[in-house]
Design a protein around this ligand. Structure first.
Ligand SMILES: Nc1ncnc2c1ncn2[C@@H]1O[C@H](COP(=O)(O)OP(=O)(O)O)[C@@H](O)[C@H]1O
Ligand SMILES: [Mg+2]
Length: 266
């Protein structure tokens, strides 16, 4: 076991970090500020970033921090969906028995959202993760859910989360209505070179090891290969540690990192 070779108490660089393992990078703080703004000023927020940059993690950590008596989080995670699929998922997230027809579904959702706001004083936040996969008609449906009342009160907050393609999709004329409502946008980049060092130290420490197990050249190589994208960093760092342990090496050096890169990052 490579973990015991280095004296880890648990596996470092895990894919499901607990609160102690979360790293507050500058970009992460920026996301948090945007999401705080979105809560203060209900409307539409957009969070984009490369695969593995930490978008879903940021959205989940943020929603977990909200007061559940004031906010109802509707988290949708789909690969692709028709308008009907989208509406059904929203209805289910609202604890409704989805109606059969589209018009009924929209009415049902609108009523539930209004009731939540007016009767329970609870504001719903709809999070569409992997929104770059939403087909155009489904995206076009979203602004219709934002104002179904005659008044200007915002009854629903929408957060779109997706890969960079989503920005291009939203720039199309057909999505003008949605685009105009976006009050806050952030593009989440990877960790900086300096942050990567701090991230490695934090992850190793959280797993019970205080020595920095990567030498200078390995850390540089790790940054170049991953551009600081957390999921890539985790995968490469873990592979490098496993290879080093196999070779009975106490530290990851450039040679180990190179072999690990070939294995971990296809
Ligand atoms: N701030 C962070 N601190 C620690 N690990 C993180 C952080 N952000 C992301 N990760 C790690 O990166 C992985 C990918 O993050 P994820 O949110 O799924 O990315 P995305 O949704 O952008 O594809 C997560 O499983 C987690 O292990
Ligand atoms: Mg994600």
């Amino acid at each position: 076991m490579w973990e015991s070779f280095f004296g880890f108490k648990k596996t470092p660089f895990s894919d499901s970090p607990d609160a102690k393992q979360l790293f507050a990078s500058a970009a992460w703080q920026q996301v948090k500020a945007r999401l705080d703004f979105l809560i203060q000023h209900p409307g539409v927020g957009l969070l984009t970033g490369e695969v593995g940059a930490g978008k879903s993690t940021a959205a989940r950590v943020f929603t977990a921090s909200l007061n559940p008596s004031l906010h109802k989080v509707l988290y949708l995670h789909f690969s692709c969906g028709t308008v009907l699929d989208l509406l059904r998922q929203i209805a289910l997230a609202l604890d409704l028995e989805p109606a059969h027809f589209r018009g009924d579904l929209v009415r049902q959702i609108a009523d539930a959202i209004t009731r939540l706001n007016q009767n329970k004083k609870q504001h719903p936040i709809l999070i569409c993760d992997e929104a770059h996969l939403l087909p155009h008609p489904a995206l076009e449906q979203l602004p219709l859910l934002l104002n179904f009342n005659m008044d200007s009160t915002r009854y629903l907050t929408l957060l779109l989360v997706g890969q960079p393609l989503l920005r291009r999709t939203l720039s199309l004329q057909m999505h003008e209505a949605l685009r105009q409502r976006i009050g806050t946008h952030y593009h989440l980049e990877g960790l900086t070179r300096e942050e990567l060092d701090a991230y490695l130290i934090q992850q190793l420490k959280a797993a019970g090891v205080t020595q920095l197990l990567f030498d200078d050249t390995a850390r540089q190589g790790l940054y170049q290969a991953t551009k600081g994208i957390p999921r890539k960093v985790n995968k490469l760092a873990m592979t490098a540690l496993r290879l080093a342990a196999q070779r009975k090496a106490q530290r990851v050096d450039e040679a180990v990192l190179l072999d690990a890169t070939a294995e971990a990052l296809l």
